[in-house]
Design a binder for this molecule. Structure first.
Ligand code: ATP
Ligand code: MG
Length: 409
């Protein structure tokens, strides 16, 4: 017995020092195979109403990947699990006990061989099952083997529980770090980009405070307009940074609605015409039936607004901007073309990175967040984006979005 205890102790030590849960389970099947010398074994882990395969060993004593196998925890299984004594892992199923449902199609009858099924228990409850199979020799596990299996499953349950805890902690730390990085970038950009609008707001407010008695109505309005415009700039910047942080943490919501893209796009173009303050000729053309398409309005708005404001910002007054839309049965293509400054080749591959700005745009105000948002919005929508540009000639951004299924809620 001492020899067996030493084996269990050695296996436990080995499993505890595994770097993650996956390696632990792989080593666990190998350890039990070597300790019991059984024909086959496999570990299944309980999750979301199913028992999911992890690793096993086959007749040739090779380790097998069982991740593709799973079977539901049906009523029979549930009743057995509910009856388990949390302090006693010994629960060996014998051939007369039951039949095992496998993926709902194939039924492996225990009568085909002798199969021992032992629950893997932890403090927090049932974790899964260890299957042992001696289908060829039909030799049942002897008393010593049964004892080893029971003790092993008991220890394995606790080790799995600890590994899961470690992984949760690792994930929490990783997302904490990501959040920390994001916060630093957020603070750096905000402090840099807020400086100009805040200075403008402050000087206009001071003018109004100390000199309003000497100012005419028109001048007062000009100062108030300046304050309003620069608050708008700060609000947009905040919204952009928050959109990016949301995309990177919880993801952008995708609840598609059937919309008339033609009306939607002309509305947006009109808004850009009114707010851009620069005289550009925006030419809108569309091909196909665009009456009702399932798309996410918010994402589409972010994509189009950013591409159009860039086209306006990076091209001279009086130049043409073309907005072409092509509606097909399964997708929609949007191309925004301008006759502006273009993008140097060296900058093209970095264009969609957060806060990245091309060398030739340094004199034009911007934060380098617009295209990052566009990219995340396009990805959330399952689409693609492509850019073609020649310095001094112009730029074309092409977006392809698949049509989604309308959200029934
Ligand atoms: P904002 O966050 O205010 O949108 P931005 O316009 O600088 O700032 P992006 O929209 O992300 O940021 O664009 C990134 C960079 O890509 C820009 O700084 C500019 O160098 C280049 N760029 C984007 N669109 C065009 C365009 N149509 N023509 C020329 N350069 C462009
Ligand atoms: Mg932009």
């Amino acid at each position: 017995m001492i020899v067996h205890l030493r084996t269990v102790l050695a296996v436990t030590n080995e499993l505890i020092s595994c770097p993650n849960l996956d390696t632990t389970l792989r080593q666990a099947v190998e350890a039990i195979r070597d300790a019991l010398d059984v024909e086959r074994c496999a570990i299944f882990i309980a999750q979301d109403g199913f028992l999911h395969g992890t690793y096993g060993t086959d007749m040739q004593h090779q380790t097998t990947d069982e991740h593709a196998n799973q079977f539901p925890i049906n009523e029979i299984w549930q009743q057995r699990i509910d009856r388990l004594n949390p302090h006693d892992a010994q629960w060996i199923v014998t051939e007369d006990d039951m039949q095992m449902e496998w993926t709902g199609e194939e039924t492996i009858s225990l009568k085909k061989g002798w199969i021992a099924i032992t629950p893997i228990q932890a403090v927090g409850g049932f974790k899964g099952l260890l299957f042992n199979d001696t289908a060829i020799t039909h030799a049942p596990l002897d008393a010593v083997q049964q004892e080893i299996v029971s003790v092993f499953c008991s220890l394995l349950g606790r080790i799995i529980e600890n590994k899961e805890g470690e992984e949760d902690l690792r994930k929490a730390l990783a997302s904490e770090k990501e959040l920390g990085d994001l916060k630093s970038r957020f603070i750096a950009t905000i402090s840099h980009e807020f400086r100009t609008p805040m200075a403008v707001i402050q000087s206009s407010a001071e003018l109004l405070k100390y000199y309003s008695d000497r100012m005419d109505e028109a001048n007062k309005h000009r100062q108030l307009d300046k304050i309003e415009d620069h608050i708008e700039i700060m609000t947009t910047l905040l919204t952009n940074v928050l959109t990016i942080s949301r995309a990177d943490t919880v993801g952008l919501p995708l609840s598609p609605l059937a919309i008339n893209v033609m009306n939607f796009c002309s509305g947006l173009i009109e808004e850009i015409r009114l707010t851009s303050g620069k005289a550009h000729e925006i030419i809108f053309s569309s091909v196909g039936d665009h009456s009702s398409y399932a798309l996410n309005e918010t994402l589409l708005r972010q994509i189009i607004t950013n591409l159009l404001t860039n086209a306006v910002k990076y091209s001279p007054e009086g130049s043409k901007i073309e907005f072409n839309m092509q509606c097909e049965t399964d997708k929609i293509l949007i191309a925004v073309h301008d006759e502006g400054i273009g993008i140097p080749d060296a900058d093209l591959k970095h264009l969609f990175e957060d806060f990245y700005r091309a060398k030739n745009a340094e004199m034009i105000p911007g934060t380098g967040l617009g295209l990052s948002i566009v990219k995340r919005a396009v990805q959330a929508h399952g689409g693609t984006i492509h850019v073609d540009s020649t310095v001094g000639t112009g730029t074309t951004f092409t977006v392809t979005l698949p049509i989604l299924d309308v959200d029934p809620t």
